[in-house]
Design a protein around this ligand. Structure first.
Ligand SMILES: C[S@@+](CC[C@H](N)C(=O)[O-])C[C@H]1O[C@@H](n2cnc3c(N)ncnc32)[C@H](O)[C@@H]1O
Length: 278
């Protein structure tokens, strides 16, 4: 694990929503890379190398008079970071079949017991989008399927796809830290059919998949849906998340232009996960 130093911002927000979600989205745009939500606000983390004095000047929600924001800032040594997430990471149950937990939690008796050490990567099951994508995977047949997990983060979705019988899973993330972390988690869960790659949709040229799972964000999905559509087999399924309910028409229009139609969507706190088919 590299000895990266992080800066932690602890925001107290009133009223909490939708300000917390907007703040997370805006902080993500300016370089913050992970977030922990708590009852009265959020903690946000940025690498010291990415931080600059005026980093919050581009975060427009902070100037919105409808909400009140208070925050304090502190520098975290790597060790403190680990302690912070361990303190905040409770096991997550998805339905009665799947639990996502950390290595230091007790082994679970559910059918799909997934162990994740997220470190800096997104994907513990705590976020609505990950949770809904896990629900989708639980509810669908994966036996013998050739699967792509685009924007794999910790690799949690790829791991559940393999546990549900996928024949092969390609897991891709643009971020080097996620690439390394996904590889570690895949080994930790004793998965044998997942290959991890560092990169983006340019890696997909000439590939074919029965199922594509992509939990990224609205703009990247809009730009990559044409590529995903070319990679899907005839009866292929596309599961997308990482965007809000109000973005469904835009994402669906892009899918329709590429021969895919909406079949079903899940919704949690205004976040959605949507299934598209040919
Ligand atoms: C919202 S997280 C999802 C992580 C995990 N799949 C989950 O469901 O919890 C999105 C991930 O997509 C990655 N990402 C962002 N842009 C990407 C791109 N153009 N191609 C591939 N991965 C990308 C990010 O590094 C991040 O790990």
């Amino acid at each position: 694990m590299p000895n990266t130093i992080y800066i932690e911002y602890n925001f107290e927000i009133s009223p909490l929503q939708p300000a917390a979600d907007i703040l997370i989205a805006e902080l993500g745009e300016v370089g913050f890379e992970s977030f922990v939500e708590h009852e009265t606000g959020i903690q946000a983390y940025i690498q010291k190398g990415e931080w600059r004095e005026d980093i919050l000047s581009e975060v427009t929600i902070l100037g919105n008079p409808q909400f009140k924001f208070d925050y304090d800032v502190k520098e975290l040594e790597q060790e403190n970071w680990n302690a912070t997430w361990e303190r905040n990471f409770q096991p997550i149950r998805v339905g009665d079949q799947c639990e996502v937990r950390a290595p230091f939690h007790e082994k679970s008796k559910v059918a799909y017991d997934i162990v994740i050490e997220p470190k800096m990567s997104f994907g513990t099951g705590h976020h609505e989008t990950t949770h809904m994508m896990l629900q989708f995977i639980l509810a669908h047949e994966f036996k013998g399927k050739c699967v792509l997990d685009m924007g794999c983060g910790t690799g949690v979705l790829a791991i559940l796809a393999e546990l549900k019988g996928a024949a092969s899973v390609d897991a891709i993330d643009i971020d080097n830290w996620c690439y390394l972390n996904a590889k570690e988690n895949i080994e930790r869960n004793d998965c044998k059919n997942i290959k991890v790659f560092e990169g983006d949709a340019t890696l997909l040229e000439g590939q074919k998949y029965d199922v594509i799972i992509a939990n990224i964000n609205r703009n990247i999905l809009l730009s990559d849906i044409p590529v995903y559509s070319k990679c899907l087999t005839e009866n292929g399924q596309l599961f997308l998340s990482g965007f809000y309910k109000e973005d469904i028409p835009l994402i669906t229009e892009k899918c329709n232009e590429n021969g895919l139609r909406i079949e079903k969507n899940l919704e949690k706190n205004n976040w959605v996960a949507v299934k598209y088919v040919f």
